[in-house]
Every structure is written in structure tokens, then in C-alpha cells.
Design a protein around this ligand. Sequence first.
Ligand SMILES: Nc1nc2c(ncn2[C@@H]2O[C@H](COP(=O)(O)OP(=O)(O)OP(=O)(O)O)[C@@H](O)[C@H]2O)c(=O)[nH]1
Length: 303
Amino acid sequence: MMFSLEQTQAILAALPDPAFILTRSGKYAHIFGGTDNRYYHDGSSLVGSFIAEVLIPEKANWFMQQIATVLTSGNMLIVEYPLAGADVLGLEEGPKDPIWFEGRIHPLNFQFEGEDAVLWVASNITARHQLQQRLKYLSETDELSHLYNRRKLRSHLQRQFSLFHRHHTPCSLLVFDLDFFKQLNDACGHPIGDAVIEIVGRVCIQTIREDDLAARYGGDEFAVLMPQTTLHQAWCLADRLRRKIQHALLEMDLPQICTSISGGISEFLPMDDRADIIIQRADKGLYMAKNLGRNRICNEHEE
Ligand SMILES: Nc1nc2c(ncn2[C@@H]2O[C@H](COP(=O)(O)OP(=O)(O)OP(=O)(O)O)[C@@H](O)[C@H]2O)c(=O)[nH]1
């Protein structure tokens, strides 16, 4: 059966997601659908305006690039992007948190007012995006210390290891472990031990630099990966962290059992053929720090 022109128009108007016809120069030529008003405002007022009149330059340029890419390739492009109130020109009050969209952009095989054009279907995926972010956070984070977990540390270490072999920029690793943590647990109970781990996490977050990555590696073991950092610089940073953690633990109103950390540092070396070797060297430094009386940072060569 064929639909009449009116019926076809009614079907297009009924589409739940908005479908924009956008020209190469960024003109909103037409909008169909967008009837699901849980997710979309009426976009009909956009028709006739240009993207550059509606969005801030950075966003407008991005939209224009996507249109150009689709028209050059002739293929459909799927993109995910946020739009916040602040991205829309002249919008006094808009949503503070961005709305996330999936855009499916398809080239059209006819011109509009002498211009190439695309069909851009925008679907609100904010709920899916938030869930993805939450799952990512949960899969990478240690819930007690709020630091990254072992899995994230290992994947990041592997990435830094590949970068090191490509660019030869220094990178160092600290592993550290609480001193006499078992005794604290035994004397005061696990909840107090947990509180100590939480504090160590907080001090790490406050102390490390933006590019560093701190993780809880195991029970009372932690690691900090420090890109662009030589062994000497790593020692200085690690020792500062050691002193800060000690200060925070001494401030806790607890029996003074577990008040310090011991750590080992290692630097990535050109002959390392696996990332694990870097952890092993740092572990040797940690072992040495424990043997030399704890509450210190060592590397494997220290006597
Ligand atoms: N409270 C608490 N304890 C934990 C957790 N995970 C591991 N532990 C405990 O951490 C302790 C680790 O002790 P060790 O590192 O072996 O020993 P230590 O007392 O720190 O001794 P040194 O490292 O030689 O100074 C064990 O008693 C574990 O039961 C946790 O999530 N919470």
C-alpha cells in the first residue's frame, strides 16, 4: 500500500526523535518529529536559522565538521555529544547539566536551496550515558579508598609502558604498604583499619598531581603511577606523600600502632620487556624499606 503525501507528512511529524535537515552551510532547513516531549523541546523555531546563530562557536564548528565529514564520505556517521544550556546562544536559563545525544547523520541525495544537505536524527541518550559513566566508575574504582583499583592501574601501566617505548619520556612507579596494619586491625578491629585506608586514599587524592594515577592495589597496598617523572623526582614526591600520610595518621585519635607507610619506587627502563618488571622492581624497593626499619621510601639498589 502507498501512503498519500498527507499521510507521509503525518508519519514524519509523529517521529518520537527529532530529525533535522541541515545544509552544508549549517542552515536548519527543516525539522520533522521530536514528539517525545519527555526528551525534546519543540525545535520548530530553529527552522530558517543557521547553526552559528544558535550555538557557541566551539559547538557550532563541531556540528559543521560533522556535516562536512558526512557529505565528503557519503556515509552515515554516528556521534555522541553533550549539549548544555551554556552552549546555546542567548539562552538565559537552560539545563545546568548537559543533555547527551546520539546523532545519526545521513547524507541526502538531493539538494536543498542549491546546497548539499544531511538528515541529522538526534536521540536523547542522557540516561544511558549516565549509566555508562556510573558503570565505568564502579569498574575502575576501589570503594573504600575512592582511588582507582588494581584493574585500572594495570591497564594504565600497560598504556604508559607502550608510550615509554615509543617516546622515551621518563615514567616512575611507587608501591607502598601500611606499616603494622595487621596489628592495628587485630587491636582495634577492621572498621578502624578501614578508616585508615580511607584516610590514605584521601591524602593520596589531595597530594598527587593531575597526571599521576593512584590506586589501591590490594589489602593495604597502594600504587602511584607518575608519568614524566624520573626516579629522583619520584622519590621526592613519594617521600612527601609518606610524610603527609604519617601526619594524617598521627592526627587520628587512635592507638599509635599503624602510623606510617613503607614504599618502593622504580623507573621504567629501556630494557624492560614487560610492565610487570616495573612492579617487581618497586616491590623489591618496598621489601628493602621494610627491612631497613619501615617508614621510608627505597629503590631496589638502596643499602
Ligand atoms: N580493615 C581492613 N583490613 C584489611 C583489608 N584488606 C586487607 N586487610 C588486612 O591487612 C593486613 C595486611 O597485613 P600485612 O601487610 O601482611 O602486614 P602489616 O601488619 O602491615 O605488616 P608490615 O607490612 O610488615 O608492616 C591483614 O591483616 C589483612 O587482613 C581491608 O579492606 N580492610
